[in-house]
Ligand binder design. Sequence first.
Ligand code: SAM
Ligand code: SF4
Length: 330
Amino acid sequence: MEPLIDSFGRVHTNLRISVTDRCNIRCFYCMPAHDVEFMPRSELLTFEEIERVVRIAVPLGLKKIRLTGGEPLVRKDLHVLVGKLAQIEGIEDIGLTTNGILLAEQAPALYQAGLRRINVSLDALNPQKFEKITRRQGFEKVIEGITAAQQVGFQPVKVNAVAVRGLSEEEIVPFGEFARRTGVEIRFIEYMPLDADNAWQRDKVLFAHEIREALERHILPLVPCPGQDPHAPAAEFEFADGVGRIGFISSVSRPFCLSCDRFRITADGKLRNCLFSLEETDIRGLLRSQAADELIAQSIRDSIAAKKEGHEINTARFVQPERPMHAIGG
Ligand code: SAM
Ligand code: SF4
């Protein structure tokens, strides 16, 4: 069958599946502080519907899946979905991105179900700063979750830290030391315009090169890791003594759109060919109207074929998507 290829020749093998738009914290760059309108539960794709989409997309070349949200671990029995997806022949890799608060209690069941790769989002190693960013408590739980994931055997465990000017500078060196002490890779992600309050401004982005300079000045030089996946959004480095891995996702300063192999499905079943898409394809409508697999496959193909060359964050043409990050699935 034809691969999922767009008009710029990019082949799509990587699907991010959002399982909920709900979350147990309220990071300012992703959700509003109050009065969040969540999707009614009846609008969420069921596990069976998600499994069907994946089974349809595998013959189109889908190989890698990442479960996300909102906070995926607030979706009841997520390990059951992991188990279903892990059994699909052709799926080579399943990952999870979580805020880690419920991870310690769920890590064993997720591992048993077949999950191996976990990214935990944590923007600060200072508990007060964590509360300022997330507008909730839970720092200790996240640390417990990271430790539990390592103990259960997840490999790799990575930490994602959004880099925001005025907030993240003091966290850089502690994170570098944390990476060296724990073996967890720290990935700094440049703050993107996907917040609910439309408060993003370019001068609020702490750029990857600034973080790298601080790490090299205060710890050790960073050297690029060999054999990196050209489609991976993070540029990965190791400290010069081989202890501690650091990744940079320079979504704003060095967009990786030209090598993008990703597409997404929201928790309410809308296919998006880009994080920043302004258009969506209603897969849930097809699933619930007894559409044949071939029709759904064709919709996925059409959506990918219509993918734009890249996001336009750095141009005056940029329009922020209506959905904030928690409703898209990061
Ligand atoms: N709740 C889970 C979590 O926080 O890991 C999964 C969903 S979250 C939307 C996925 C990732 O997107 C997290 O690493 C989060 O830090 C990142 N993220 C959210 N909003 C962002 C923004 N405006 N800019 C950059 N990264 C963002
Ligand atoms: Fe929740 Fe993740 Fe968004 Fe933070 S980034 S509010 S943890 S969905």
